[in-house]
Write a protein that binds this ligand. Structure first.
Ligand SMILES: Cc1cc2nc3c(=O)[nH]c(=O)nc-3n(C[C@H](O)[C@H](O)[C@H](O)COP(=O)(O)OP(=O)(O)OC[C@H]3O[C@@H](n4cnc5c(N)ncnc54)[C@H](O)[C@@H]3O)c2cc1C
Length: 127
């Protein structure tokens, strides 16, 4: 039973690199685990070109996973109680595009600045 908040203490050290779920995962709530693993594999390959591959990979990995983790966290918060779920569903009925925006953040297409203050309020109030 979730929520799962597994995180490795480091994702790269002494020529050992962790990619995909081995590097950390939250609940499979946003359906981006495979894409995230592939993005990390690409970052690993690029890091090998750097004079300090472990450092380069750690930095890129942080950048790649920060927003997706926040999106998963947000979805988990919004589903914590039946009342919150009802609000989130109401909010989704009123503004279905917000879900698309959130999923796009999780996939790394854009940042949280795409969510307007009005959308934040609606997400938590359902109004
Ligand atoms: C219920 C559920 C639904 C999901 N839905 C989606 C979805 O819709 N879309 C999506 O993108 N992602 C989804 N995910 C997440 C996705 O499955 C993972 O993020 C992805 O599989 C991670 O890939 P990985 O290669 O890092 O790890 P894994 O796929 O776990 O691969 C690790 C492999 O290593 C093997 N292994 C482990 N230990 C050893 C060992 N000691 N020696 C040799 N081999 C070993 C394992 O058997 C496994 O085959 C879902 C996950 C779950 C649990």
């Amino acid at each position: 039973m979730g929520p799962f908040w597994y995180r490795a203490s480091t994702v790269a050290d002494r020529r050992v690199f962790l990619i995909g779920d081995a590097a950390g995962f939250t609940d499979p709530i946003t359906g981006e685990g495979v894409a995230a693993g592939l993005r990390q594999a690409r970052a690993f390959a690029a890091a090998l070109e750097s004079p300090d591959p472990e450092r380069a990979y750690r930095r890129t990995h942080r950048g790649l996973t920060k927003d997706p983790r926040r999106v998963a966290d947000l979805f988990l918060r919004l589903s914590r109680t039946p009342a919150l779920v009802e609000r989130a569903i109401r909010s989704h009925q009123r503004a279905p595009h917000t879900l698309k925006t959130l999923l796009g953040i999780g996939f790394g297409y854009w940042g949280f600045n795409r969510i307007t203050p009005r959308e934040w309020i609606r997400m938590f109030s359902g109004r």
